[in-house]
Design a protein around this ligand. Structure first.
Ligand code: 4AD
Ligand code: MG
Length: 446
């Protein structure tokens, strides 16, 4: 008998097949029992008619609990009313491992309970839909850059110095060499890559010891960072908007079913088309003032203020020319108005806020040295980075897109914690083994 997955049912209508998976749900009405099988690729209603089966198989269907692993056999039937469009006229049922008292039931559970059971919660239909969208976003990101002549370059995770300011570094002892830090961003290495390969992108986990307990912050998140030699701020914004449009439009066509499971209002996503409004920082300040916010020029635009500025538009916006004072050391200042950095943040609509941060980089050796001093960074740790300005320096730009913020926005989630399989947050390090007490250590849990 051919063993298939639920996603392949369309090729087997009228044929006898075997499928393996877990019992998602069941119900019975007299002489018929229904078992909903899930196998990670979809859901399938298996219909057991008393007349077609031995007494033993029929009874067995009653006894197994939610999330028991099972194997079913039967004939595939097209059934337009069934979710997925198929049904199984079932004749066989083998229990691989019987489960009882599965903790997550169709009733509502609180978020803390679900997070404690994240390793099981991942099996729920919404979580499965989110993971499939996340995976497709990752593929869209790679496809976008690969199709445009970029080279993927993996940066190190253990680093000797800060990229995004020293306040959010995770520190770890590093043999006889003192301390190393978990990377906050692959950017500085991407810049070296851009000077070697012209157009590169890094894509991997990054770490911030963020003290913020907001729905937008994780301590471990994934970031993709393109870096392009000879691109200025405008080129950088062109790239960012083309990139975001590509991701969103790809998900709308490729993951329509999953967006439906999440009950996402897709009209808001359909608007994500170029060109995105380009809003100067000063203009954003005006918008805030007009909306009654007591905003001081020079402050960063964050959280609720981002939402107010975004709400004036129907698609993502690109806020550029932030005050240099509040931005990172590596950002180039506008030569015509040095109080501004050639920076850009892309703000997602619907209150999702900053999903991209980027800039044109300081390419002048002397100015960069000044910045390093102003920011109290140890010059010796940046000599290699300064070399990029000593040997064939060119204007160059790049940005970082936070994967979880993008997943959260596209899926319409309330919090980043559902956008990553096993979220790491300041106030939670369980249940995954736990560290610092009990449990199996970091490597012990799922
Ligand atoms: O704005 P950020 O800090 O920029 C950088 O790290 C630059 N080095 C990127 C570059 O130019 N190559 O971070 C970039 C993005 C943010 O816009 C946000 O989407 C995400 O990374 N991000 C976080 N996501 C989840 N949790 C956190 N704590 C995050 N901090 C930043
Ligand atoms: Mg930022």
């Amino acid at each position: 008998m051919q063993k298939i997955r639920i996603s392949d049912l369309g090729n087997f209508v009228g044929q006898e097949v075997t499928l393996q998976g877990w019992l998602f749900n069941k119900r019975s009405s007299g002489k018929i029992k229904f078992i909903i099988l899930r196998d990670g690729s979809g859901y399938l209603q298996c219909v057991y008619f008393k007349g077609n089966l031995t007494e033993e198989v029929f009874d067995k269907a009653d006894k197994i609990g939610q999330e028991s692993s099972i194997e079913v056999t039967g004939k595939v039937k097209a059934e337009p009313r069934a979710p997925g469009g198929f049904e199984l006229d079932a004749t066989g049922l083998t229990v691989i491992s019987d489960a009882h008292d599965y903790p997550i039931t169709p009733k509502d559970h609180g978020i803390e309970f679900l997070l404690d059971n994240r390793h099981l919660w991942l099996r729920s239909s919404k979580q499965v839909a989110i993971m499939k969208i996340r995976h497709r976003i990752v593929k869209a990101i790679r496809d976008f850059f690969d199709e445009r002549g970029f080279t993927l370059m993996d940066p190190p995770i253990l680093t000797p110095s800060a990229c995004e300011g020293t306040s959010t570094l995770f520190e770890t002892p590093y043999f006889d060499l003192g301390n190393a830090y978990l990377t906050q961003s692959g950017q500085l290495y991407a810049e070296a890559g851009a000077m070697a390969l012209g157009k590169v992108y890094t894509f991997g986990p990054t770490f911030r010891a963020e003290k913020s307990k907001t729905r937008r912050h994780l301590t471990e998140f994934w970031m993709v960072e393109p870096e392009v030699a000879f691109n200025d701020l405008n080129d950088n914004m062109d790239l960012a908007e083309e990139f975001l449009e590509y991701i969103v439009q790809t998900i709308l066509t490729e993951r329509a079913d999953e967006l439906k499971v999440l009950e996402r209002d897709i009209t808001k996503l359909q608007n994500v088309k170029r060109p995105f409004p380009r809003v100067h920082y000063d203009e954003a300040v005006e918008i805030l003032k007009k909306n009654g916010i007591d905003f001081k020029w020079g402050d960063d635009i964050t959280g609720a203020d981002e939402t107010i500025v975004s709400a004036q538009y129907d698609r993502p916006i690109m806020v550029h020319h932030y005050p240099a004072e509040i931005k990172a050391f590596y950002m180039k200042r506008d030569p015509n108005a040095p109080k501004y950095a050639l920076a850009v943040d892309v703000l997602a609509p619907e209150g999702y806020g900053e999903i991209i941060g980027g800039s044109q980089r300081e390419d002048n050796l002397d100015f960069l040295l000044e910045r390093i001093k102003e920011h109290n960074l140890p010059q010796s740790a940046f000599e290699w980075y300064l070399d990029l300005r000593r040997f064939g320096s060119v204007p160059h730009s790049g940005f970082g897109l936070g994967l979880e913020r993008t997943v959260s926005w596209i899926c319409g989630l309330d919090h980043l914690r559902e956008a990553i399989p096993f979220p790491r947050m300041i106030y939670r390090n369980t249940p995954w083994g736990g560290w610092g007490g009990g449990g199996g250590g970091v490597g012990g849990g799922p």
